[in-house]
Design a protein around this ligand. Sequence first.
Ligand code: PLP
Length: 415
Amino acid sequence: MADQTQPQTTATGWRTAHEHSILPAIGRPQLLLDHGRGAHVWDSDGKEYIDLLAGIAVNALGHAHPDYVAAVSHQVATLAQISNYFASEPQIHLATRILEHAKAPEGSAVYFANSGSEANETALKMSRRVAGGTRTKVIAVEGSFHGRTMGSLALTSNPKYREPFTPGVPGVVFVPFGDIAALEAEIDDTTAAMFIEPIQGEGGVRNHPQGYLTAARELTRAHGALLVLDEVQTGMGRCGAWFAHQHPLIGEGVVPDIMTLAKGLGGGLPIGATVTFGSEVTNLLVPGQHGSTYSGNPVVTAAGNAVFDVFERDGLVGRAEAVGQEFADALAKVDGVVAVSGAGLLRAFEVADLDSHDVVDAALATGYITNAVTPSKVRLAPPLIIDDADLMAFVDDLPGILAAAQKSAPTPTEA
Ligand SMILES: *Cc1c(COP(=O)(O)O)cnc(C)c1O
């Protein structure tokens, strides 16, 4: 038998152990988390936090939701992995539910991936088959984030992520954010697809100007290009609609050709999905052209079904809209907050004359997990099951958090 090496998870030991075992590229974490329940997590010192990030907009049901635990435990104890040589009930059931809630027309279908990046890779592969494979131009928007694998990275605008890894996948051009005229100038009959996040997540929870998605839909249709909506972060109820493009203030009723999902879909287990709308898009890839060993295995799809079960039973999508609006209104009234963006329970607040990293550190010290999504914006994407009281506690504590962040920051204006 191999040695039973105990992990170094004491308050002092885990940082060194992390440094000696985990690739530095992912960054060094601030805390070692030990367990969670609902919207609360506890670190290795036993300190409790309200989790306003949910594993980056993933844990819609919070931590250790009893229905989720029961469904996943049952499935892992029944049938875990079978490959796509075989079908499973949870996989078919989840695909059917996604198509129903997406109001996808006859002939639509779901491909299950293992992450958001992979869901976008799949959409990019599909775009290479548009018009019999004669088009290679793909349009993405400045500020976009579509993932870190080579294909999805090519669609990600931030040069800091992309440029060290050239040559990347060719064909992608970026258009300025929110600029319909620029999109109109760029799109042509060599364009295979356009990728858009209904609200840019990593780009700072940025809402497109009203009418942008409608214009993108009309322009892609006119040029025979696919409209791919990346709903990896905005989908699964987070923005107050099942999928953000269905929200009247976000998508204005547009119907995409492809929608990609991940994050909230698995409620914590890794799953992505590429949803095609209509049989023409469904048949862009032919049998044998795509696949994955795990693609929608019984455990991750059972997890997705548990997420749907609780959402439907507890009305979590409507709740995200109502509670999210109250939360945003309350945040906007806090002194020092200059703007609040997003929709539902995907939000960011902007601070003036403060570094968002200092705000996040001060929030952590006060007992809240948040995220510095840009240097001036703090992202909040709590579990959709979070109590109103937890959200309002953060609003009440925010003036103190901003004051603490002010103190920790150098004041260059006075230097
Ligand atoms: C997180 C994210 C991705 C990448 O998903 P991974 O699961 O990290 O690969 C892609 N698109 C958007 C909009 C995201 O927020």
